[in-house]
Design a protein around this ligand. Structure first.
Ligand code: NAD
Ligand code: 89Y
Length: 342
């Protein structure tokens, strides 16, 4: 079995999850690390015992023999890093948000296609085991043909202490978190024709919007509501659970807080506990995200081995990014916006 050689770029807060997950994935080694911050590079290199370290990604790409790079930096560096890897014929995983604009996203997809290298966006929320189970239930027809859905993420968890950049951007919740929730809506109900959104900023200490409500018209005929908030204080803090409601022609499903699932159809109501496993390196409350990191990285390796396009390829992610753009446009214009990604 071929052993894939990867390198991770960006040794910040979230990269620790990537590196833990890579350690548990067979047939893959992270052979080098890159970060322009020397302290982070040293700390993470020592923690994971990775000796080959670079401050500059171009230098790393020139000196290392790699099958892929795993880019875990924030959005401003994504395009130059993706294009540098493509020029060297190296496959790419890139964290979300993939790009700030559709223009940059399309340029990265084209660069990788032209170079003939695979490109996957680390769009991991749909890889949470509870969300995959919902996809299977819908696919199996247990509730018939879906006609309505709600995908909801409401919390007051302090995300700013670990990710301070989230407090300073002009855009916040749709670009950072809503992007995942919109992607789950696409995963469950298919691609979207038009979107209508309303946003608000409740927390005066941040710059962008922290509440968004988005109505989606899916091409399948489903109407869904995607709602996100980081300004919602609840009796039991649900972070980072995504709650889902689906009504179908033959039944319904509800995924409620604490991963409780109820599926109802003509046979009655069945209940299931969809709590994710807590991986040996994981910690609450992040464990469902951490599990999905492991799942998406395993998917990347499976796809590399099989020569298949990943489910959340760069090309696929254009459709999720187009929803983010449409939501911001709609909120600004206060009108419904056609979703275009071609
Ligand atoms: P961070 O700021 O903590 O870390 C980013 C690191 O990248 C920094 O150490 C920085 O020095 C380095 N870096 C930036 N540009 C570089 C370049 N050109 N070359 C080398 N190093 C460079 O950020 P973070 O909180 O770890 O987030 C990283 C990304 O992960 C963000 O895009 C964020 O949205 C995403 N994220 C995803 C999830 C998820 O569930 N998918 C969760 C949290 C964060
Ligand atoms: O950055 C975000 C993400 O992708 O998942 C949760 C998060 O860490 C904060 O909103």
């Amino acid at each position: 079995m071929k052993e894939f050689r990867g390198a991770l770029i960006g040794c910040g807060f979230f990269s620790i999850n990537h590196l833990h997950a890579w350690r548990d994935i067979e047939g893959t080694s992270i052979v080098a690390l890159c970060d322009r911050d020397a302290t982070r590079l040293a700390t993470v290199g020592d923690q994971f015992g990775i000796a080959r370290r670079y401050a500059d990604a171009e230098e790393m790409l020139a000196k290392e023999k790699l099958d892929f790079v795993d880019i875990a930096t924030t959005v401003p560096s994504h395009r130059p890093l993706v294009e540098a890897a493509a020029r060297r014929g190296v496959g790419v995983i890139c964290q979300k948000p993939f790009a700030r604009s559709m223009h940059d996203a399309k340029a990265m997809v084209t660069a990788c296609e032209t170079a003939g290298v695979p490109l996957m966006v680390h769009e991991n929320f749909r890889w949470q085991s509870a969300i995959q189970t919902l996809g299977a239930i819908v696919g199996d027809g247990e509730i018939g043909e879906p006609f309505w859905g709600r995908v909801s993420f409401r919390s007051a968890f302090d995300v700013f202490s670990r990710q301070p950049y989230l407090a300073t951007g002009e855009r916040f919740i749709i670009e950072d978190l809503g992007i995942h929730i919109l992607d789950i809506a696409r995963f469950l109900f298919g691609d979207v024709a038009s979107a209508t959104a309303r946003t608000r900023r409740v927390n005066p200490a941040i710059r962008g919007e922290d509440v968004a409500t988005i109505l989606l018209d899916h091409q399948s005929g489903v109407t869904s509501v995607v709602d996100c908030s980081y300004a919602t204080r609840l009796a039991v803090e649900p972070f980072p659970e995504t709650l889902v409601e689906i009504d179908g022609s033959a039944g319904s499903l509800r995924l409620s807080q604490n991963y409780r699932l109820v599926v109802t159809n003509v046979n009655g109501a069945r209940r299931e506990d969809l709590s994710p496993p807590i991986l040996p390196w994981a910690s609450r409350p992040w464990h469902n995200i951490q599990e999905s990191v492991q799942a998406i990285q395993q998917h990347w390796v499976d796809c590399l081995r099989a020569g298949r396009e990943p489910a959340t390829s760069g090309r696929d992610n254009l459709k999720t990014l187009a929803l983010v753009e449409a939501a911001y446009q709609s909120a600004m214009a206060r009108e419904s916006v056609e979703v275009g990604w071609q």
